[in-house]
Ligand binder design. Structure first.
Ligand code: SF4
Ligand code: SF4
Length: 381
């Protein structure tokens, strides 16, 4: 395992993300975390040198924190790991929001008296302003540190670059957490934000290094060909994606949400040799090829003008269906869009093929036929 230096401590380059844990009884049952499977993963990871575990108040409806606390206590591992967890901020503008009450509950769930890395979750510029002005969050965080209940204060981030710089400049952060991978390197904070944090001495934890699994590309001959043409053999697309991120300077850790032993062992092997400057010319070439492949034209050329939706008697969200489809096709993996499909457009099954939408479409798309194609793609995923 490679380690990053952080204020005189060694933090494992691979961090264990606890957002997508194995559950009992199906994906919809997020509270029913399979603790024995998680126990096996956590013990194996700690033995392999992973010492950063990232959870949040809301993950698995609170059971991510609960299960982690129970395992660390029962296995006597608390002193070997750093716990990172997050203050939930979605309810910040609702009555009853109390950062202190939430924090006390988190200590209890995690069976500890100190959180090593405490983050404000999912910050955007306006939310930061609200927390600062209405909840005096600066003094709250300073007090938690002074009382020895938090060792390091940070924030996780989802907004644009100016908002990132604004937040970084407003407080003496120990670290932050951003989304970053070889596709999302110029969105949100991006590589410019990463460089800005580095200049300010704020170490960065990376989330979504494989874009929620989209950059894994299982059984994709186009991707295999791009990798081979670049001169790579024996390296998986996931390993390449991790190495792209690990190549960056100024990182705290790289989070991977691992829920199977095969992922964990593969990632541990990757992080034996993934360090800043590790990326070879062949890997850089493969990444250029993969970027071009992923950014190729949409398969269904819908411009999302929405003229069609006005005509549909069954209120089918036609552009959403085409967008979810195009996105999944881009990564060659229907499973990557299945959740969005089920959430936003599974009612395409209600299409009665009346054809009213076709005349409205400036792109002259045969919408009912294409909807059948989308449905088949996801229903066979
Ligand atoms: S063909 Fe299908 S999608 Fe188009 S208007 Fe009729 S029901 Fe709606
Ligand atoms: S009218 Fe055509 S281009 Fe516009 S949203 Fe509908 S399908 Fe897409």
């Amino acid at each position: 395992m490679q380690y990053n230096d952080f204020k005189g401590e060694k933090i494992s380059a691979l961090g264990f993300g606890l957002m997508r844990l194995p559950v009992i009884g199906g994906e919809e049952n997020q509270s029913d975390v399979d603790i024995e499977k998680v126990r096996e993963l956590v013990k194996y990871a700690v033995d392999a040198g992973v010492n950063y575990f990232d959870t949040a108040y809301v993950y698995h409806n609170g059971f991510s924190e609960i299960v982690l606390g129970q395992i660390l206590e029962e296995e006597g591992l608390r002193d070997k790991v750093n716990i990172a967890t997050k203050m939930f901020t979605l309810g910040v503008d609702r009555p009853g929001f109390s950062p202190q009450a939430m924090f006390d509950e988190q200590l209890e769930r995690l069976r500890t008296d100190c959180i090593d890395f405490y983050l404000i979750h999912g910050l955007q510029g306006t939310k930061w302003d609200l927390l600062r002005d209405k909840f005096d969050i600066v003094n709250h965080m300073n007090r938690l540190k002074a009382e020895g209940k938090v060792r390091y204060v940070g924030f996780s981030f989802h907004d644009n670059l100016p908002a990132f710089k604004h937040i970084i400049d407003e407080y003496d952060w120990d670290f932050c957490q951003i989304q970053f991978n070889y596709i999302d390197y110029r969105t949100q904070a991006g590589e410019e934000g990463l460089a800005y944090a580095r200049e300010k001495g704020v170490k960065v934890a990376i989330m979504e290094p494989i874009k929620g699994g989209s950059l894994v590309f299982p059984d994709n001959p186009d991707v295999d060909r791009i990798m081979a043409e670049a001169g790579l053999s024996g390296e998986t697309p996931a390993e390449l994606a991790f190495r792209y991120v690990a190549d960056q300077e100024g990182l705290l850790t790289i989070l991977s949400g691992m829920n199977a032993m095969s992922q964990l062992t593969e990632n541990i092997a990757t992080f034996e040799k993934a360090v800043p400057g590790c990326l070879t010319d062949a890997e850089k070439k493969a990444i250029e090829g993969l970027r071009a492949y992923i950014n190729r034209a949409d398969e269904i050329p819908c411009t999302t003008c929405r003229y069609c939706t006005r005509e549909c008697p069954n209120e089918i969200n036609i552009p959403a269906a085409f967008s979810v489809y195009n996105n999944s096709k881009r990564y060659g993996n229907p499973k990557s869009g299945l959740r969005n499909y089920n959430r936003s457009c599974a009612n395409i099954k209600d299409c009665v093929e009346c054809g009213s939408c076709i005349d409205a479409c400036p792109q002259k798309l045969n919408i009912p036929e294409l909807l059948k194609q989308v449905r088949e793609y996801f229903e066979n995923a």
